[in-house]
Ligand binder design. Structure first.
Ligand code: ADP
Ligand code: AMP
Length: 207
């Protein structure tokens, strides 16, 4: 059965960074609902128009929209090893996922919780920069972009929005910790360590 791994944790915990590395080195496919939504906003699609105001405010996009995006993606990626990066983020999303996976010949193999204190999240998100051409993630201090790469800052990586996103995480997403603990699927990792150390911890869980 193809592997299905969930990355859970606050914004800025390093989920995308690690998912990109696993994709490159281990052939996983990264499914980032945030990336899918930003692409839709950029292209001005119906989905993008519906999602934009929530994203700009640091709020979650409604569950039904996100669930249908994921369903479509999973149908496209039958038989591939995947990392769900940023999904599920609410209990209804997790329940919908549990319902759709068996039909797609999958189950959740492991949920990796990236633990990192709020102060570090704020520092990581305020220094985050993206290469808009490749989507690669950098940080002004911890992983500065090469001088020939022109990077941008995400609209929602501003101090006020960062605080709102953290609040939303604590209120709406942390109940998933208990949800997956009950299913015996939760693996907690210390995401405040260096990217290499975090990567090693993840490998020890999924291999
Ligand atoms: P998420 O996908 O969880 O929102 P990112 O992977 O985009 O988080 O990481 C947020 C920021 O922190 C980025 O600027 C990234 O370069 C940086 N970062 C990621 N992991 C680490 C780490 N282990 N140590 C220091 N900085 C990190
Ligand atoms: P991210 O790139 O994961 O930080 O997500 C950026 C924004 O996209 C979030 O602040 C939400 O507005 C929206 N988003 C991404 N994934 C989800 C999800 N699973 N459920 C609801 N909203 C989401």
């Amino acid at each position: 059965m193809a592997k299905t791994i969930i990355f859970l944790g606050p914004p800025g915990a390093g989920k995308g960074t690690q998912a990109q590395r696993l994709a490159q080195e281990k052939g996983f496919i990264q499914i980032s609902t945030g990336d899918i939504l930003r692409e839709a906003v950029k292209n001005g699609t119906e989905l993008g128009k519906k999602a934009k105001e929530y994203m700009d405010a640091g709020k979650l996009v409604p569950d039904d929209l996100i669930i249908s995006i994921i369903k479509e993606k999973l149908q496209e990626l039958e038989g591939k090893d995947i990392i769900l990066d940023g999904f599920p983020r609410t209990i209804p999303q997790a329940e919908a996922l549990d319902k759709m996976l068996p039909e797609l010949n999958r189950k959740v193999d492991a949920v990796i919780l990236f633990e990192v204190p709020d102060e570090l999240v704020i520092e990581r998100l305020s220094g985050r920069r993206i290469d808009p051409k490749t989507g690669k993630v950098y940080h002004v201090k911890y992983n500065p972009p090469p001088s020939d790469v022109e990077v941008i800052q995400r609209d929602d990586d501003k101090e006020e929005v960062i605080r709102k996103r953290l609040e939303v995480y604590h209120q709406q997403t942390t109940p998933l910790i208990e949800y997956y603990k009950k299913q015996n699927k939760l693996h907690v990792i210390d995401a405040s360590k260096s990217p290499d150390e975090v990567y090693k911890e993840i490998l020890s869980v999924i291999e």
